[in-house]
Design a binder for this molecule. Structure first.
Ligand code: TMP
Length: 409
């Protein structure tokens, strides 16, 4: 077993930490398996804690990053067209608001180059990516990519070779890092004086208000809201210059941080602080019904799926995202419940989902076969997928939507 249980908050180092959600023991969600790997699976506790000191919601059970992100990684950002479109418009925002042609942009956790591809030709780009199989895809697109985890040493090397960066980004990765102090120290080395450090992370407000419990998994160590992030950047003589809500992954926040100035707290930051306060994100009692609500979703889903199976219906699932594995394992689904899952990611096809061991197959199967019910695990692309699968629905297939409320359409 390779995990540790922390006793301190990642941001304020406080120790008054209270569990607000327990999902049981789960295998790492991106460790898809071949048939012969089933026997070697490890499971680790998946519990969320609230810090009384700074309100950060976080995991304290930290699985060794080698086990989570080593060599082969199953998540390819470019596998979902709506996500590519999102990064395209994100790139346009950065070009218009923060950069000039020729400026250097460094993306930490650059995956297959989904963001940086929109800067090649006009700006200088550098990716940092520890998973070599996805980094190779970025290189094939002509994106210079450094292998490894981002550290102060790496930042010094990058500055020596490329100079300072006008923009440093960390998307859906800033919440993945256990030692965020080290990341910000490294960012400060790399960032130009007038530079901006931009992160996108799943937003706690969306997670709690829409009961997006499946977005909880071992890779996501922090579940950010604005208040703890303000606290965090202050510790490093930095500040939040702007914050925007974006729709990715069920609701995220894009946070723009810069070196501290004497300017007042921006309106966008103040607005979200007020909203978070109102929604109870800054106090423990704000989470009092979270566990019960999540348990209710599980009861409904299990009742529906097992009920349909008892009637002899064919039940499958759509999309094998990381979060889908939290949902499948939390519900205890097996191939007896869900016969197969279709996913567009070539890497995942032919493998089994971690824990639940459901086969992932090519979406081509849906050309010739019409499941009675399809559990939409990639619910964050609901509108896109429902539109794309019009013909399938006309043939009689119904989708089970798990989040934010269980419904059949
Ligand atoms: P994500 O929500 O973490 O981006 O993962 C979405 C997963 O769903 C990814 O494995 C690709 C898959 N997918 C499909 O199979 N079909 C689709 O139409 C879309 C949008 C995603």
């Amino acid at each position: 077993m390779s995990y540790i249980h922390k006793k301190q908050c990642r941001i304020c180092k406080g120790t008054e930490l209270t569990q607000v959600l327990s999902l049981g023991d789960h295998p790492p969600v991106d460790n898809f398996l071949s048939n012969i790997q089933i026997k070697d699976e490890n499971r680790y506790p998946l519990n969320l804690y609230f810090c009384a000191g700074c309100s950060l919601v976080q995991l304290l059970d930290v699985v060794d990053e080698e086990e989570l992100f080593h060599g082969e990684y199953a998540y390819f950002s470019s596998a979902s067209k709506p996500l590519v479109d999102h990064f395209h418009s994100y790139a346009e925002d950065l070009k218009n608001d923060n950069m000039q042609e020729g400026d250097l942009i460094v993306d930490i956790g650059s995956n297959d180059g989904v963001l940086l591809q929109f800067f090649t030709g006009t700006h200088r780009v550098l990716g940092v990516e520890p998973s070599s199989n996805v980094a190779d895809l970025a290189r094939e697109k002509g994106i210079d990519t450094v292998d490894g985890f981002f550290t102060t040493k790496m930042a010094e090397d990058i500055v020596a070779k490329h100079g300072k960066a006008k923009v440093v980004t960390a998307n859906n990765v800033f919440a993945h890092i256990d030692n965020i102090d080290e990341i910000v120290r490294a960012v400060k080395i790399l960032l130009a004086d007038d530079g901006v450090f931009v992160t996108e992370s799943h937003y706690l407000l969306d997670l709690v208000s829409k009961r997006e419990f499946d977005t909880v998994y071992h890779e996501h160590l922090c579940y950010y809201s604005v208040k703890p992030l303000m606290h965090f950047f202050q510790r490093f003589d930095m500040e939040i210059a702007d914050v925007r809500r974006v729709s990715t992954h069920g609701g995220s926040i894009r946070v723009y941080a810069r070196f501290a100035t004497s300017e007042p707290i921006p309106e966008s930051v103040q607005e979200l602080l007020v909203l978070e306060e109102k929604e109870g994100l800054h106090i423990l009692s704000g989470f009092s019904s979270f566990q019960t609500d999540v348990d209710t979703i599980r009861e409904k889903l299990v009742g529906l799926v097992r009920g349909f199976r008892a009637e002899g219906k064919l039940v499958t699932a759509y999309g094998a995202p990381a979060k889908g594995n939290t949902l499948l394992n939390f519900c205890g689904f097996t191939p007896d419940d869900i016969l197969y899952i279709t996913d567009t990611t070539p890497y995942k096809i032919g493998l089994l989902t971690p824990g639940s061991h459901i086969p992932v197959v090519s979406p081509d199967i849906l050309q010739s076969e019409t499941p009675d019910y399809i559990l939409l695990l990639a619910w964050n692309y609901r509108d896109f997928i429902i539109e794309k699968e019009k013909a399938l629905r006309e043939r009689g297939a119904k989708f089970i939507i798990p989040i934010p409320t269980v419904e059949i359409i």
